[in-house]
Design a protein around this ligand. Structure first.
Ligand code: PLP
Length: 384
C-alpha cells in the first residue's frame, strides 16, 4: 500500500457547517442549508428491531456483514431494480463511503487516474488522493444538466485510468441519466476494457422522474464484471448515523474490499446491520412518501430562488440539493460568505469542482428552506 497523501484537506462542507454552528453559538440567527442529511427519523420498525437486538448479546459479524443482511440487500436490489447479485458479490461497510474507500485502497497505485465528473461529491477527490491515485476532473455543464457526455468521457480516459465515477442521482447536481444516456456511456466503456466503473447510486430512491429507475448495471450487464454499484440506507431510509452501506460487483474485487474491511474496523456495527435489515425488509411506502415531500420542498425552493435575477438553477431530478449558478461577479467562496452574513449557510460550488455555484440542501423542513432561500435572494441584492 502507499503512504496516505497529506494533500487531503478535510470536508469543506463540514467546515461551512462548523462556521454556521459557531455563528449560531454566538447568538446569530443562521439557517444552515449545508448538510446532506435527511431530517426524518428512521421508520419506526427500524428503531424497534434495533432496541430488541440491543438487549441481546451482540457479537462480531463477518467483515461483509451478517449473512441475513446480505440476503436482504440482494433481495432489495432484485425487488427495486431488477438486479441479481450472488452472495460473494456483496460487500458491506460503514456507509457507502467506506466501501468506496476500500475499493480505491484495494485498486489504486501511484499514477493511477480516477475520472471524476464535476460537479462531484466533495469526498471523491480526497479519497482518491489518500489512496495514492490522481483525480482527473471532467467538468459537466449546466446546459447538459450536469450530465457526463460520452465525448467528454472518451476524452478523459487514458491508459492510466483505473476508475471512472458515475454518480446518479448526483450530489450536488441532482442529475439523473436516461436509459439512452447510459447506453451511450456504456458504448464508451466498452471501448476501454481496462477501466473500472464506480456507479454511486446512494440517492436511487430519491427521484422526481416518472418511470423505472435506470441503473448502468441493468442497461449494460456486460459491464458488470468491472462495475461496483454502491448504495446504502443513509439517504433512502434517513439512516446516515447508522453507517451501513454496500457495494456489489465482481467477486475478486469484493473479496479485496472485504479483506480491507476486516483488517480495518472488522465490520460495521452489528446493531446497525440489524436496523438496516429491518429497513430493507419492512414496509417500503416510506420511500415514496418522502420522495414526494422532498419534491414539494424542491419546487418551493426553486420558486423562492426564482425571485433573484442573479440566480440560474437547473431543476434537479433526484437527491436533495439545489445547485444554483450565481451570476454576480465575485468567486463562490466570497458569495457563500456574503450569504452567511445574510443569515444562511450554503457550500461554495468550488468544493464540488464547479466554481460559480453554491449548494443548498433541501433535506430540511419547507418553511426553513423557503426562509433560507428568501435570505439568499435578499443577500444577493436587487438587480444591478
Ligand atoms: N455518495 C454520495 C454521492 C454521497 O452524497 C454520500 C453522502 O453524502 C455518500 C456516497 C456516502 O453515503 P454513506 O452515508 O452511505 O457513507
Amino acid at each position: 500500500m502507499h503512504p496516505p497523501s497529506l494533500a487531503a484537506k478535510g470536508s469543506p462542507i463540514l467546515a461551512m457547517a462548523r462556521r454556521a454552528a459557531e455563528e449560531r453559538a454566538a447568538g446569530r440567527d443562521i439557517i444552515d442549508l449545508t448538510l446532506g442529511e435527511p431530517d426524518f427519523a428512521p421508520p419506526p420498525h427500524v428503531a424497534d428491531a434495533a432496541i430488541t437486538m440491543a438487549r441481546q448479546p451482540l457479537g462480531y459479524t463477518p467483515a461483509n456483514g451478517m449473512p441475513a443482511l446480505r440476503v436482504a440487500i440482494r433481495a432489495a436490489l432484485a425487488r427495486d431494480r431488477g438486479l441479481g447479485y450472488a452472495d460473494d458479490e456483496v460487500a458491506v461497510g460503514c456507509g457507502a463511503k467506506q466501501v468506496i474507500f476500500n475499493a480505491f485502497l484495494a485498486t489504486l497505485g501511484p499514477g493511477d487516474e480516477v475520472v471524476i465528473p464535476a460537479p462531484y461529491w466533495a469526498s471523491y477527490p480526497d479519497m482518491v488522493n489518500i489512496c495514492g491515485g490522481k483525480g482527473v476532473v471532467v467538468p459537466c455543464s449546466a446546459e447538459d444538466g450536469f450530465r457526463l457526455k460520452p465525448a467528454a468521457l472518451a476524452a478523459s480516459i487514458t491508459p492510466a485510468t483505473r476508475w471512472v465515477i458515475v454518480n446518479a442521482p448526483g450530489n450536488p447536481s441532482g442529475s439523473v441519466y436516461s436509459r439512452r444516456d447510459l447506453e451511450h456511456l456504456a458504448e464508451v466503456f466498452r471501448q476501454q476494457p481496462h477501466v473500472l466503473i464506480l456507479s454511486d447510486e446512494i440517492y436511487a430512491h430519491i427521484r422526481y422522474t416518472d418511470g423505472a429507475y435506470e441503473s448502468l448495471a441493468l442497461v449494460a450487464p456486460d459491464l458488470r464484471s468491472r462495475m461496483l454499484l454502491v448504495d446504502g440506507v443513509s439517504k433512502a431510509y434517513a439512516m446516515t448515523g447508522w453507517r451501513v452501506g454496500w457495494g456489489c460487483g465482481p467477486q475478486a474485487l469484493i473479496a479485496q474490499i472485504n479483506a480491507i474491511q476486516g483488517q480495518n474496523c472488522t465490520q460495521t456495527s452489528t446493531l446497525s446491520q440489524v436496523a438496516a435489515m429491518a429497513a430493507l425488509q419492512g414496509p417500503q411506502s416510506v420511500l415514496v412518501e418522502r420522495a414526494a415531500i422532498y419534491r414539494e420542498r424542491r419546487d418551493a425552493g426553486i420558486d423562492a430562488l426564482s425571485r433573484s435575477p442573479h440566480i440560474d438553477v437547473v431543476t434537479p431530478e433526484g437527491a436533495f440539493y439545489l445547485f444554483p449558478r450565481i451570476t454576480l461577479d465575485g468567486d463562490d467562496i466570497a458569495i457563500a460568505d456574503r450569504l452567511l452574513d445574510a443569515g444562511v449557510a450554503t457550500v461554495p460550488g468550488s468544493a464540488f469542482g464547479s466554481p460559480g455555484h453554491v449548494r443548498l440542501s433541501f433535506a430540511t423542513d419547507k418553511a426553513t428552506l423557503v426562509e433560507g432561500c428568501r435570505r439568499i435572494v435578499a443577500g444577493l441584492g436587487a438587480p444591478a
